[in-house]
Design a protein around this ligand. Structure first.
Ligand code: MSP
Length: 531
């Protein structure tokens, strides 16, 4: 039985249209899922939409439609967007689905039974846009303004059901201490620890001031707070709280390997969610990874500035550079670490040209062209068993061992969600092939028939290595790399087990090698303007 792994995106609010933020989180999860599947793992990749709450209720009222109609419309738009981004999710959960609602109610009954929920009165600083309460200390830090919308926080009082978050402070602190990579990157873990040290207050988990939500069981008038409702999606999709005998068995996917979230929603995922799971006696996710933000031309993206990279802009990038180039840029240049990343058209073009046109496109095209010219498009034999004719480009390695080492390194980077590292390793392999070609100069050797054996070996080694690099790049650029696998095929081109696919030397001598042009040059003058 292959190892089960699970990755999740946040579930997206349906009162927003899809934009680069959603595209980013979902794409990096997709790259990881494809990589893990390629390595033979049993992957569950979850995304979906967060459809309850007063914001949705209000937006729907403003349009004169029901909240459900608004949710249906926008959930469909998110699903269409996933298809255009080439996303391979295993499920799409919507919080208005019956499977979710009944299980949330079941989990709430369990929480009440466990003694970690009580009825109390709450007064606090409320961020209406985020549907989030802040403590006095935090509100003061924020100058009583929403960190997201900049609008004033309002003072609000409610009789609510509370979750005894305070009771979990010590266990949470211990979990952080015992699992240094529970929250990543480490800057974010330190931030959470700092806030944990400030102390934890119990959190209201129901509301009475709106009705568009899941009813709190046995508590008329109380609706489950949208964040609590939403967090449960990670386990309702896996049917962990389901009593339905016909449910699919997905329990092997819990605990999640990675919850990938944006930094502004980390508190919910790194503190509140784990405490809820502790109260329910369920295992905690292995890692909550909080990425930073895309900014545009040095400025924060916001609706009021009108500089959000929206679907229409993303479509223009697809038209000009192709979906795979977009995915490559997201996965390799994005705000995965603790700092924000700038999105701009010029940088996009530079990366496209350096990585894709000049390396991932050019290297196979060079190799294919030479095999075409000197060997009629058939792979010539290597009489040196992978030993390079010249040791400059790869030191004392054989290509065979260099590929094997690269593959192992790539596997561990991928498992650790170091997508940028994995991408660099794969592209470096192609850069080595390029350097090897420059050093050995097959085009010069070809001038003298006495060099035929050496020339054949060099080109064979180049082609074998290009094929392996193409497999390592496949999760990032599935369709272009499928074309590469087709052109440099061999028996291990697709569908074969991972160890076979990444094994050096599997293209048989005599196999046809096609010359292909993967990434056309794009004139910078015609580039998509940012925003
Ligand atoms: N519904 C909640 C999540 C509930 S999860 C149980 C939510 N939804 S959201 O639609 O507002 O945000 C979704 C994600 O988009 C967040 O992870 C957020 O960080 C991400 N992004 C929004 N703007 C972004 C950028 N400018 N850059 C990168 N990602 C950002 O929050």
């Amino acid at each position: 039985m292959s190892q089960a792994v699970c990755i999740t995106t946040p579930i997206y609010y349906v009162n927003d249209r899809p934009h680069i933020g959603h595209a980013y989180t979902t794409t990096i999860c997709d790259v990881w899922s494809r990589a893990e599947r390629l390595m033979g793992r049993d992957v569950f990749f979850l995304t979906g939409t967060d459809e309850h709450g007063s914001k949705v209720e209000k937006s729907a009222a403003a349009r004169g439609i029901s909240p459900q109609a608004l949710a249906d419309e926008n959930a469909a738009e998110f699903q269409r967007a996933l298809a255009t981004f080439g996303i391979s999710n295993s499920d799409f959960i919507r919080t208005t689905q019956a499977r979710h609602e009944t299980q949330v109610q079941e989990q709430l009954r369990r929480l009440v039974k466990s003694g970690s929920v009580y009825l109390g009165t709450f007064e606090g600083w409320y961020d209406e846009g985020q549907e989030e309460y802040h403590t006095e200390t935090r509100a003061r830090e924020l100058s009583y303004l929403s960190p997201i919308s900049g609008k004033p926080l309002t003072r609000a009082t409610e009789q609510n059901y509370y979750f005894k978050l305070s009771a979990f402070a010590d266990r949470l602190a211990k979990h952080f201490a015992d699992h240094p990579t529970f929250v990543r990157p480490s800057e974010r873990a330190n931030e959470m620890l700092g806030r944990l040290r400030d102390g934890l207050q119990d959190v209201p988990i129901t509301r009475t001031n709106f009705s568009w939500g899941i009813a709190m069981p046995d508590a008329p008038g109380h609706v489950v707070y949208v964040w609590i409702d939403a967090l449960f999606n990670y386990i309702t999709a896996l049917e962990l709280g389901s009593a339905d005998p016909a449910r699919p068995d997905r329990s092997r996917y819990w605990p999640a390997t990675y919850h990938i979230v944006g930094k502004e929603i980390l508190w919910f995922h790194a503190v509140i969610w784990p405490a809820l799971l502790m109260a329910l006696e369920l295992p905690l996710p292995k890692c909550v990874y909080a990425h930073s933000f895309w900014i545009a031309d040095g400025q924060k993206m916001s609706k009021s500035l009108g500089n959000f990279v929206d679907l229409a802009t993303i479509d223009r990038y697809f038209a000009q550079f192709g979906l795979d180039a977009w995915r490559w840029y997201m996965a390799t240049q994005g705000p995965i670490a603790a700092t924000d990343a700038d999105f701009n058209a010029k940088h996009f073009h530079e990366i496209y040209t350096a990585d894709l046109v000049n390396t991932v496109g050019n290297c196979p095209s060079r190799v294919g062209a030479m095999i075409g010219k000197y060997f009629d498009g058939r792979l010539p034999a290597d009489s040196t068993a992978g030993q390079p004719a010249h040791d400059g480009a790869i030191g004392s390695h054989s290509w065979d061992s260099l590929c094997a080492t690269t593959v192992r390194e790539w596997e561990s980077r991928m498992d650790a969600f170091d997508l940028q590292g994995a991408a660099r390793i794969a592209i470096d392999l192609l850069r080595r092939v390029d350097a090897f070609i420059n050093e050995t100069a097959p085009f010069k050797l070809a001038k003298d028939p006495a060099n035929a054996v050496q020339l054949a070996s060099i080109l064979n080694q180049c082609a074998q290595t290009v094929r392996v690099a193409g497999v390592l790049l496949e999760p990032f650029m599935p369709s272009k790399m499928a074309a590469l696998a087709g052109a440099f095929g061999g028996q291990a081109s697709s569908g074969a087990p991972w160890v076979v696919r990444v094994k050096y030397g599997t293209i048989a001598a005599g196999h046809p090698i096609e010359k292909l042009a993967l990434f056309p040059r794009v004139d910078p003058a015609t580039c998509v303007p940012a925003g």
